[in-house]
Design a binder for this molecule. Structure first.
Ligand SMILES: Nc1ncnc2c1ncn2[C@@H]1O[C@H](COP(=O)(O)OP(=O)(O)OP(=O)(O)O)[C@@H](O)[C@H]1O
Ligand SMILES: [Zn+2]
Length: 612
């Protein structure tokens, strides 16, 4: 039997056995949270997780054992908790919280919701449902040694979507294709090459020299038609024609294309010029000059180029076989051959551009954006989640300021820091403001209804199953019911009467969420301009454009840092790619923000309310 520990606030102790609590996610944090809840005397718990147990979970998700591998996490977590605390009511769902079975009525049953998720899509969705059901939500996440716990409640705090989240770091196409200067540029290029040769062809992932690079353009130097051997055939047609001959492939990408780049002389005036490499010469490069003290594991060693050539040859042969019975392959960091291919290409390209090489291990980590999960970070974070739960039961909201865990001591030797106040909701938030509203800037003649649905409403505005009506005209543009509006998919917005100034009423019944969208005509001017923009307040857009203009004019000015904003809000521990979601085995983080983070955290005032 588990009883409520004496150290907990007497009023909370009374509430704990009566509280009905929902835990979403039974992974690293979820297992810890469930154990803490059970040991603290919670008696009525429901747990939902869509995944099954992987062998890699066992080192830290201690509710699971070897014999559970392959079984649903939620079901096994329930059994493990019951084995220890048989008096608890615990219900498990092996399912996705995104399913329409878990709508507003499901959420309304609970007193408190605890997120232990690993992706933004699910977090956004739970955020919306908790706002709609007026339920307190405790949001948590870890990335390596860092962690974060946030309390979210309508009318009291900001919501999960009040602040825009950092997007994944991307690199300009011409850096990747023409002028790489860091190992990560070679890694991105190699992943693009994988997709060009074996994956789904994507014109945005071209690996050949970029003739449009403005820096390379010098009148008369390269004529539009002088494209060397670069674009005469599509890469996919050509690779089939040469039957994936590794030597021909190698010479095209590492010799011919590099020679072509050398013709863009402008690029090499201030940079070290690349050195084209032929297969037969690379095979002879059997020495690795860099000293590598005490590195005994091959995966962590830097190998001679000749070994990367062999890795390239072998991986191309295997990938060719894998492709035989498939339309295309999908690059996966857990697929050894796919990683071999990227590791080999990365280091060969790095050699050509005089960039420091990386071990296969490092390349795999960077290519998969892997940050190892740390059991202690999960345990500390889950401990805080349950402390927050005690406080929320007795509505001690003021004691639930966001808390951050950082790997290095932040202030006075602490590794935990708390905000001094609860962050207020952003009045322009398109999710939690009383009348959510956004402006979408788009070329109405070009964007199709399907693009509007998938890119703007789903990817950008995080809707799951939107219904869209053109206000004033009653035209149903998108229906969440199958078969009702598919005929509109290929039509442009303007064909349906959506023009500059149109108002669209967008509803998502699954999320119980409504949003008004104002359409603004916009024509991208530059090649790199986005095809659409979303802003709550067009004034913000103007301000940003001004900033960009000014920063272009004055390259020496350093933007002033807002300590709290930079130090805390911008560290996004919740940055798993929503597309990869739960199947991805490790977490993603935006490297740039994470690297900056520790220094800025010294600015944060620390009050650590550790007792409930
Ligand atoms: N939409 C969803 N519905 C229910 N559970 C989800 C959903 N999305 C993610 N999850 C679950 O959230 C949990 C997050 O836990 P965690 O970050 O530890 O992931 P993991 O896959 O177990 O570990 P790692 O990613 O470190 O290998 C996972 O068990 C995942 O299945
Ligand atoms: Zn909000």
């Amino acid at each position: 039997m588990t009883s409520v520990p004496d150290s907990i606030d007497p009023r909370a102790r009374e509430m704990i056995p009566k509280c009905k609590i929902l835990v979403i996610g039974a992974g690293g944090i979820g297992c810890e949270v469930l154990k803490n809840l059970a040991l603290s005397g919670f008696k009525d718990i429901e747990i939902i997780d869509l995944d099954t147990i992987d062998v890699s979970n066992l080192n830290r998700q201690f509710l699971f054992r070897k014999e559970h591998v392959g079984k649903p996490k939620a079901i096994v977590a329930r059994e493990s908790i019951l084995a220890h605390s048989p008096d608890i009511q615990i219900k498990a769902y092996h399912d996705s919280i995104l399913s329409s079975d878990y709508g507003l009525n499901f959420f309304r049953k609970f007193n408190l919701v605890l997120n232990a998720l690993d992706n933004r899509t699910a977090r956004n969705h739970v955020n919306r449902l908790c706002l709609a059901a007026d339920l307190p939500l405790i949001e948590s996440g870890t990335a390596g040694y860092s962690g974060q716990v946030e309390f979210i409640k309508k009318g009291i705090t900001q919501c999960y979507e009040c602040q825009p989240k950092a997007t994944e770091k991307t690199f300009p196409g011409c850096t990747i294709r023409n002028t790489p200067s860091e190992p990560v540029h070679c890694i991105v290029w190699s992943k693009h090459l994988f997709n060009q040769l074996f994956g789904e062809e994507d014109p945005d992932q071209d690996v050949s020299p970029d003739m449009e690079d403005p820096e390379a353009k010098v009148e008369g130097q390269i004529s539009e038609t002088d494209t060397g051997n670069v674009k005469r055939l599509s890469t996919r047609e050509w690779i089939k024609e040469i039957d994936y001959d590794p030597e021909k492939l190698f010479n095209k990408f590492f010799f011919d294309d590099i020679n072509y780049l050398l013709k863009m002389a402008n690029l090499w005036k201030t940079r070290t010029a690349p050195k084209p490499l032929l297969y037969k010469d690379a095979e002879k490069m059997t020495k690795q000059e860099k000293v590598q003290d005490n590195v005994t594991i091959r995966e962590m060693q830097l190998l001679p180029i000749a070994e990367y050539v062999q890795m390239f040859r072998d991986s191309v042969a295997t990938l060719k076989q894998q492709l035989d019975n498939k339309n295309h392959l999908v690059w996966d960091k857990d697929d050894n051959i796919a990683v071999d291919f990227v590791a080999a290409c990365t280091n060969i390209r790095a050699q050509i551009f005089s960039i420091e090489p990386k071990s296969r291990f490092d390349i795999k980590s960077i290519a998969g954006n892997i940050i190892p999960a740390i059991a202690t970070a999960n345990a500390i974070t889950a401990g805080l989640v349950v402390l927050f739960a005690f406080r929320l039961l007795v509505e001690q909201y003021e004691k639930c300021n966001f808390v951050y865990l950082r790997p290095k001591s932040i202030h006075s030797r602490n590794i935990l820091a708390a905000d001094t106040t609860l962050p207020k909701a952003n009045p322009n938030c398109y999710v939690c403001s009383p009348e959510p509203f956004v402006n979408v800037f788009v070329t109405v003649e070009k964007m199709t209804v399907l693009e509007f649905e998938s890119e703007v409403l789903k990817k950008h505005l995080n809707m799951i199953a939107p219904d869209v009506v053109l206000d004033g005209k009653g035209v149903v543009v998108i229906s969440s019911e199958e078969g009702e509006t598919e005929v509109n998919n290929s039509k442009s917005l303007s064909e349906l009467g959506i023009v500059d100034g149109s108002i669209l009423k967008c509803d998502d019944f699954v999320q119980n969420y409504s949003l008004t969208v104002a359409i603004n005509q916009y024509n991208p001017l530059e090649k790199d301009d986005p095809i659409f923009k979303v802003v709550a307040n067009p004034e913000d857009l103007k301000a940003k454009e001004e900033e960009v203009k000014n920063s272009k004019e004055d390259t020496t000015s350093v933007p002033e840092k807002d300590p709290v904003k930079v130090g805390i809000s911008q560290i996004d521990i919740n940055s798993e790619d929503p597309q990869e979601g739960p199947s991805c085995k490790k977490r993603k983080i935006e490297y740039a923000e994470a690297e900056d983070s520790d220094d800025d955290l010294t600015e944060v005032p620390v009050t650590i309310p550790m007792s409930p």
